[in-house]
Write a protein that binds this ligand. Structure first.
Ligand SMILES: [Zn+2]
Length: 616
């Protein structure tokens, strides 16, 4: 790992020379106080000669000092520092300082952390960037405690947004409402019946449409659900509820937002992520439209959060990336590395594929969204071009199937492929060691454990939960663990995730002692899940995830010491400042920071494709 850092250093040095030279000449030439053109030329020449003959002074570093700093080192040990030196030009760390180390006298700038805790920027290994953004600007029902409350919100939103062609929202959860059933089109009509309304469930695996939306989508009594989906009916009539693949029937009728609305959504998403200290996110299921929004932001210097992208479908992946992962774009801000695939649905809507029937629905075993042959074909196709598959598998049946497919493909591609299984929520304990055998990445979301606990117990019964959310067993049997939140399904704040990972307790401290407490991980391991582990999962462990020489100066200033705190205290952590690539990108009191260095200043030279290959 150190080799690649050492090789990268010359980039920064070679850049600083021409910059210095050019700056010296131009400064003289443009100076309004130069009365004689000749003097100006002479001065400029002298200046240029001096600049050429003297060794170019190294670009002065910037220093974040007086920090209570923590990072993992390359061996996974937690190390401490009080000063962080970084090159403001490349945006990369040049050194960590101990309290006893001398501070350089010549500094580009000094920032006093005032003794506060500083950690590397956190990485969410599984999120949906545009989903978060759209959610932020759409009707958000996630806080509603009853159907009546949701109906009131729909009415208010409708009145406040008279020009919208469709009212789109998400976040409802009939379990929280205590409804005992899904909401129906009639329930939504009671709030808004003129314009189409489409409301996606909190887990993204079911939605409810009103009658106007069903009309717009040409849904009739004779409409059939596609494979892997279900249309719920009352007496043969579609009642407004569309599950998993059937959601597409309505979704495809929703007009795509205009580009300015999409740009607004990305801005909203970035602001939310920055405020929670998420400096890099893996984007699961990037569409061609999403990619164009990300590229537009990158082109304009408005992409702050680093995004590691997994395309939503093969066509999009091949269109965008061609015959291999894209280079890092915009100085390490954006890269497409692979494809998101689905093996099954979710537990809440009983779409997760189980090995045996649901305990609370004995006639259902879930939905296989892809069969084994399809998965084999897709993984073979991806492997040829070194694209990384990230396969959603929640039920024990789906996980077993995916493990078998990976095992088969992995015998042909024995080099570093980092097969990813997303969620890996319910795994038969006999299958857990299979994760370690081929270096599979278990990309898991700690907060799902607390959100799903009671529902998972109902769906599976008491005897099939031994391998549920089994983070510690995954680690002990050699799997690579990457943590995330699956936002906007959950809040993207990683600190509750850290708290849950070490406690297996929810925000109310339930259950006492932690749910299946042997599956807790240590604080260092949890921290690794949101830093080095998540970086590794995206082939980015050579540049993000920890603070060390050559790594991007992505770091957070926190209001408390998370390594000297209870889970309850960790959960309440407040991010004060978020720095990315050596630039202060977000400040709590005044976000986004208008005085932040311009995007092109703090970040390094474009990474060449060679380097990307080397990184892999
Ligand atoms: Zn997801």
């Amino acid at each position: 790992m150190n080799f690649s850092i050492a090789k990268r250093k010359p980039f920064g040095l070679s850049l600083s020379k021409p910059c210095f030279f050019f700056f010296g000449v131009r400064k003289e030439k443009d100076s309004p106080s130069t009365s004689s053109g000749q003097t100006g030329v002479f001065m400029a020449t002298l200046f240029a000669v001096v600049a050429l003959t003297l060794p170019a002074p190294a670009q002065a570093d910037a220093l974040l000092d007086n920090a209570n700093g923590y990072t993992l080192d390359e061996d996974g040990n937690l190390v401490r520092f009080t000063g962080l030196l970084f090159d403001p030009e490349t945006g990369r760390v040049t050194g960590l300082l101990d309290r006893r180390d001398d501070r350089p006298g010549d500094l580009e700038f000094l920032h006093d952390a005032e003794g506060r805790t500083v950690i590397p920027g956190l990485i969410d290994a599984h999120g949906h960037v545009m989903g978060l953004g759209y959610g932020a600007i759409q009707l958000d029902l996630s806080g509603t405690a009853s159907l009546a409350e949701a109906q009131a919100m729909i009415r208010d939103y409708s009145a406040a947004n008279p020009t919208l062609r469709w009212i789109v929202g998400r976040g409802w959860n009939q379990e929280v409402w205590g409804l005992g059933r899904y909401p129906t089109a009639a329930d939504i009509d009671a709030a808004e019946s003129d314009r189409p309304v489409w409301l996606v469930r909190v887990d993204g695996h079911a939605g409810v449409a009103n009658h106007a939306a069903m009309r717009a989508a040409n849904i009739t009594t004779s409409s059939q659900a596609p494979d892997g989906g279900r249309i719920e009916r009352d007496g043969g009539e579609p009642n407004g509820v569309f599950v998993d693949a059937a959601m597409g029937l309505i979704q495809s009728a929703v007009p795509i937002p205009e580009p300015p609305v999409r740009d607004m959504a990305l801005r909203a998403a970035q602001n939310i992520l920055l405020g929670y200290g998420v400096t890099t996110s893996h984007d699961m299921g990037t569409s061609a439209d999403d990619w164009s929004v990300l590229r537009r932001a990158g082109d304009r210097g408005q992409l702050s959060v680093r995004v590691v992208s997994y395309a939503g479908d093969l066509e999009t992946l091949l269109d965008i990336a061609g015959d291999g992962p894209t280079p890092w774009l915009y100085g390490g801000r954006l890269r497409m590395v692979g494809l998101k695939l689905y093996a099954d649905g979710a537990l809440g809507s009983r779409g997760a594929l189980l090995n045996a029937p649901y305990a609370d629905a004995p006639d259902q075993m879930g939905l296989a969204l892809s069969d084994g042959i399809y998965l084999r074909n897709r993984l073979s196709r991806l492997a040829i071009d070194r694209f990384q598959p990230a396969i959603h598998a929640i039920g024990d049946g789906a996980n077993r199937e995916v493990l078998s497919v990976i095992e088969e493909i992995a015998t042909r591609y024995t080099d570093d492929r980092r097969w990813r299984i997303e969620h890996a929520q319910i795994v038969d304990p006999v299958d857990i060691p299979r994760f370690g055998q081929h270096g599979i990445i278990a990309s898991m979301q700690p907060v799902h454990q607390t959100s799903d606990r009671l529902m998972a117990e109902a769906r599976l019964g008491p005897n099939r939960l031994q391998g549920a959310y089994a983070w510690n067993s995954m680690l002990r049997t050699g799997a690579h663990l990457a943590f995330g939140s699956d936002y906007p399904v959950e809040n993207p704040n990683p600190f509750p995730g850290l708290a849950v990972a070490i406690s297996r307790q929810d925000a109310n401290g339930q259950p006492v002692g932690g749910w299946q407490a042997h599956e807790r991980v240590s604080m260092s391991e949890a921290f690794a899940g949101f830093t080095t582990g998540a970086a590794y999962a995206g082939f980015a462990e050579d540049r993000i995830g920890r603070l060390g020489r050559g790594f991007y100066a992505d770091f957070l200033i926190l209001d408390r010491d998370i390594f000297d705190a209870t889970p309850e205290q960790i959960r309440e952590t407040v991010v004060l400042e978020t720095w990315i690539g050596g630039g202060r990108t977000w400040v709590r009191s005044a976000q986004p920071n208008p005085n932040a260095p311009p995007m092109d200043a703090p970040i390094g030279p474009m990474i060449s494709e060679d380097e990307v290959t080397e990184g892999r």
